[in-house]
Design a protein around this ligand. Structure first.
Ligand SMILES: NC(=O)c1ccc[n+]([C@@H]2O[C@H](COP(=O)([O-])OP(=O)(O)OC[C@H]3O[C@@H](n4cnc5c(N)ncnc54)[C@H](O)[C@@H]3O)[C@@H](O)[C@H]2O)c1
Ligand SMILES: O=C(O)C[C@H](O)C(=O)O
Length: 328
């Protein structure tokens, strides 16, 4: 018997990540090739954006995806999030000319407060939320705080792009096949301060750290390369990463919904105090996923270098979250 369709809300649906994301969701790459989906798409109430959204919907229709059980276009989050089982919050306010970081935080705080409240009011009580729009961790924190009737653990931020970037850099450095790298993680904020940590990673049972055996490369090449990859792509393309961001969003949601088969993946999730991260802070952690739930990998040893890196990204996130406290 075929499965009942699930509802997937995507915000910023006419943007560049939206364009790289929706077709893959509709083809079953996110939730499985047997799972019909209804897309509930949100764009700002602006004629140009709504027209662009219409065009994307026409293209979705023209793909004749067998799993696409419905498509809705909305400009009101209360309609877009109605009964939604999954919410991918991609749309966000980009930094404009002369805008300070505090202005960016405040503009996004407004968007994610409203969207958190709307999720709280109308979404499925089990909705799984992924925030992609930057600053992703803090936006997820704001949405979570604005939705007190939903489980806080259901609000997550995207660190998977950083994770995938780290895997790819390691593979290139040591000649690994990227798919053979296990137990890699990225701690902290989706920003250049993130700490991509391969101390526990293995390839075919062999330690990645021992194979590479180059702390200078780790500190001075690998971490800056992964941390500044988003900026490098903006410099090269004139636009921020879109296909790789959409791909990471698919990976994040697929693993959360369908399980990671015991493997570690990285998710930005609210801390319960693990590794000294303040409870409630949305932080990149190693997790395993099964039966629609994630579990933070606990008990890992944090050496002095790692602690220093974690402290740096933690301080940045604390600053961001302190900066929006008065708005919540
Ligand atoms: N977490 C990550 O790893 C990661 C990676 C890449 C990009 N990003 C972020 O993702 C976001 C989207 O990137 P993009 O390249 O698709 O941008 P984009 O500008 O191409 O598209 C964003 C879309 O969101 C819409 N939007 C803005 N505010 C909205 C709101 N309140 N409700 C609904 N829609 C809204 C805009 O109209 C626009 O169509 C940006 O914040 C970007 O910085 C995050
Ligand atoms: O949009 C950005 O600022 C960069 C993006 O978050 C990325 O990591 O590619």
């Amino acid at each position: 018997m075929s499965k009942k369709p699930v509802r997937v809300a995507v915000t910023g649906a006419a943007g560049q990540i939206g364009y790289a994301l929706l077709f893959r969701i509709a083809s079953g790459e996110m939730l499985g090739k047997d799972q019909p989906v209804i897309l509930q798409l949100l764009e700002i109430p602006d004629e140009k954006a709504q027209n662009a959204l219409k065009g994307v919907i026409m293209e979705l229709e023209d793909c004749a995806f067998p799993l696409l059980a419905g498509i809705e276009a909305h400009s009101d989050p209360l309609q877009a999030f109605k009964d939604t089982d999954y919410a991918l919050l991609v749309g966000a306010r980009p930094r404009g000319p002369g805008m300070e970081r505090a202005d960016l935080l405040a503009a996004n705080a407004q968007i994610f407060t409203a969207q958190g409240k709307a999720l709280n009011a109308v979404a499925s009580r089990n909705v799984k939320v992924l925030v992609v729009g930057n600053p992703a961790n803090t936006n997820a924190y704001i949405a979570m705080k604005s939705a007190p009737d939903l489980p806080a653990k259901n609000f997550t931020a995207m660190l998977r792009l950083d994770h995938n970037r780290a895997a790819s850099q390691l593979a290139a450095k040591a000649g690994f096949k990227v798919g053979d790298i296990k137990s890699l993680t990225v701690w902290g904020n989706h920003s250049p301060t993130m700490y991509a940590d391969y101390r526990f990673a293995t390839v075919n049972g062999k330690s990645v750290k021992e194979t590479i055996n180059d702390q200078d490369w780790n500190a001075n090449v690998f971490l800056p390369t992964v941390g500044k990859r988003g900026a490098a792509i903006i410099n090269a393309r004139g636009l921020s990463s879109a296909a790789s961001a959409a791909n990471a969003a698919i990976d994040h949601m697929r693993d959360w919904a369908l399980g990671s088969n015991g493997e570690w993946v990285t998710m930005g999730v609210p801390s319960n105090g693990e590794y000294g991260i303040p409870a409630g802070m949305v932080f990149g952690f190693p997790v395993t996923t099964a039966n629609g739930e994630y579990k933070i990998v606990e008990g890992l040893e944090i050496d002095a270098f790692s602690q220093e890196c974690i402290n740096k990204t933690l301080a940045e996130l604390q600053g961001e979250q302190d900066g929006v406290k008065h708005l919540l």
